[in-house]
Design a protein around this ligand. Structure first.
Ligand SMILES: [Zn+2]
Length: 343
């Protein structure tokens, strides 16, 4: 018996995913293959244990652990192919995938070589109906100079498929204003601008990202629920929050925002954002590390009380806020099928 709360009409829609980290998408079996390449034999159960945490620090530690095995261009090719196969299973036709280039640089890797291997591995999936673009991501706690190197690496790669520059990592580490020259440079390079903000930090972090850096989408941004004026501003300027419900539970970010020890999906502000006309997109963030999928996130949204119309709006918003030209969006929707138009 099908117990999914998700209407079949929504499950079958082609989807876009805009907040998704390549390095957070490495399934346990692929982690085992990766570690074996580097001389360490692990069981999938051991990987699953590593992929269990109670707070944001625990998650960051696991992220550091798994990325320590992604060392060479062929490792990136392996995990990128794995991601594409999983996205196709979820009905995803378009994704903007974040690459932790700040981590690559910290580990003295060559982003150009890694990115070339990633493109070679993923471009063949276009003929199966999956188009990818890329976001080069710096880690906030590594500082503004390191972030500038990420923007410069994106420019050196010289690929039109690198559509945006973003910053993630420890939101509480370094003041937002320090990154103004980096965002100016990324903008000069022609990249769209993103930042993780208001995930564990307060609404002020979101305001700063919007007002000081000019970000066009906000990663997570769940703190906005505490600030009606900020929700109004996001609605007015049509700046979406990239919502990743399971991630917010697994990292303890939602509990932190609520000032509690625990939080559940019933506490998630997604329905509140929709009621306040704040644009949102729905994503998985680090699906393997949070044991989730895009369809599971749509099921979560349905469990939060979103009806079929609201769910189909969610699907549509993830295309609307993609960093694509209107012409590209139209073409994607046409090839993605007339099913979107039925809603
Ligand atoms: Zn993220």
């Amino acid at each position: 018996m099908n117990t999914s709360p998700l209407p079949a009409s929504i499950a079958s829609l082609p989807k876009a995913e805009l907040h998704l980290h390549l390095e957070g998408s490495i399934q346990p079996a692929t982690v085992c293959a990766l570690t074996a390449r580097h001389g360490i034999i692990l069981s999938e159960d051991e990987v699953r244990r590593r992929y269990t945490y109670r707070d944001f620090t625990g998650f960051i530690d696991a992220f550091k652990w798994v990325t320590s095995f992604v060392r060479e261009p062929q490792d990136f090719a392996l995990i990128a192919r794995d991601l594409c196969e999983h996205l196709l299973l979820q009905g995803v036709v378009y994704a903007e995938v974040t690459l932790s280039v700040g981590v690559m640089l910290l580990r003295k890797q060559k982003p150009e070589a890694n990115f070339e291997a990633i493109l070679r591995a993923t471009e063949p999936f276009e003929k199966h109906g999956l188009r990818l673009n890329w976001i080069f991501d710096a880690a906030r706690q590594f500082g503004a100079d390191a972030a500038m190197e990420v923007a410069n690496a994106a420019h050196r790669c010289g690929s039109k498929s690198i559509v945006a520059f973003g910053i993630g990592g420890d939101e509480m580490s370094i003041a937002t204003g320090e990154f103004i020259p980096v965002y100016d440079q990324a903008s000069n390079y022609g990249m769209h601008l993103l930042m993780h903000a208001g995930e564990v930090g307060g609404p002020d972090k979101i305001c700063e990202a919007v007002e000081l850096l000019g970000v066009e989408r906000v990663g997570h941004g769940i703190a906005a629920a505490q600030d009606p004026a900020l929700m109004e501003l996001l609605a007015e300027r049509k700046i979406p929050l990239e919502i990743c419900p399971t991630s917010n539970i697994c990292t303890g970010a939602l509990a932190k925002q609520l000032g509690r020890k625990e939080a559940t999906l019933a506490d998630h502000p997604l329905p509140q954002f929709l009621r306040n006309d704040v644009p949102v997109t729905l994503s998985t963030d680090d699906p393997a590390m949070f044991h989730t999928t895009l369809l599971a996130e749509y099921e979560n949204a349905a469990r939060m009380g979103l009806d079929e119309k609201a769910l189909s709006q969610l699907v549509a918003m993830s295309f609307d806020h993609a960093f694509l030209t209107s012409k590209e969006k139209r073409a994607l929707r046409q090839t993605a099928g007339s099913s979107l138009e039925r809603h």
